[in-house]
Design a protein around this ligand. Sequence first.
Ligand code: XUL
Ligand code: CO
Length: 440
Amino acid sequence: MTYFENIDQIKYEGHKSTNPLAFKYYNPEEKVAGKSMEDTLRFGVAYWHTFTMDGSDPFGSGNMIRSWDKFKGMDLAKARVEAGFEFFEKLNVPFFCFHDIDIAPEGENLRETYKNLDEIVLMIKEYMSTSNTKLLWNTANMFSHPRFVHGAATSINADVFAYSAAKVKKGLEIAKDLGSENYVFWGGREGYETLLNTDMKLELDNLGRFFHMAVDYAKEIGYNGQFLIEPKPKEPSKHQYDFDVATSLAFLQSYDLQDHFKFNIEANHATLAGHTFEHELCVARINGMLGSVDANQGDGLLGWDTDEFPTDLYATTLAMYEVLKNGGLGRGGLNFDAKVRRGSFEQEDLFHAHIAGMDSFAIGLKVAQKLIDDKVLEEFIEKRYDSYNHGIGKEIIEGNTDFRKLEDYALQLGDIQNTSGRTERLRATINQYLLSVSSE
Ligand code: XUL
Ligand code: CO
């Protein structure tokens, strides 16, 4: 059966094309700095936003028109797999990602849920054996069901802790079975509402215990994908423990877990934490912890996680700059944790949205590489910190000073001279690169 009847294979047609169902900038085979765009960008489709999200919001019911919605229960789950692989192939996207309950409905009890999962995982495995699309990551949804009302690994209820452990155990087995490149932990309900009723120390200790058990189990079954924590400061919890990269890194260090994890950084989560996307990528990169990316964007006028498809070229450029400085994403990728707007309810919109996101990151990649090739920012930054290359600066870097010596030095200083940061000039230069590279 065909689910996207009027859509053919999406091809690269170049930036002069007027065909809305074609890539204008993403050319999978095109080499940028010796590596194909496909291999650098490693795009992924999010199963939940693409095949299960129905468009409902707190003010209205679902409105998405989807050809697979005529089915129910396990038939619906199977139809989504068929539609999914048709979509991945037509879009020529190398990866996809899912939560356990995206692919198979929960049963009456955990045993039944496992049975449903096993059946669908087998089907996915068969499809994967003849498809180019691989699994970037899977994860366990430990936030939707009412049992997770007070959290999962940080729940007040030990039964919920145990149930959550069972879900992640199963998730790791599925990850191994499907050859998943990564396994993600996003703790939407791992946080608290008020300290009036919360033992924060016990909750954090339990989270540490939970992650150690996950690391041990992966080792035991021989699953060697990369573990990723996806920070987010709030929503649905008022205060989430994995607030941002810096907070999560401190947690991993405190619980001796740092060597087993990297980060999956989501643009809209960064902005919710009061950071830019590139800030979070940079904090992860300089600590050797940049694992993967949930590529989306928020809305400056709205204060929540709008999960929009990324179209802001400035943001994709600065994000790709960090990714390239990191030497790429390794086992990670750019997963579109993004949903079409409620008004974009036709199936065709799923293609338009992904094409827009893929083209935007392709431009970001090309511009970022050119900025690196021309050393535009590097040279400026190097010069800006030149005082550390000689004299007292060099002494500081080489560890040859102490407060006494620095005081002696400071006492004989006259007026201190600073130089301009040239923010506006640099921004104008990026605009110039964006305009010239994207019309090449
Ligand atoms: C929620 C979010 C999740 C994670 C996976 O904001 O980003 O979809 O990516 O659980
Ligand atoms: Co995400």
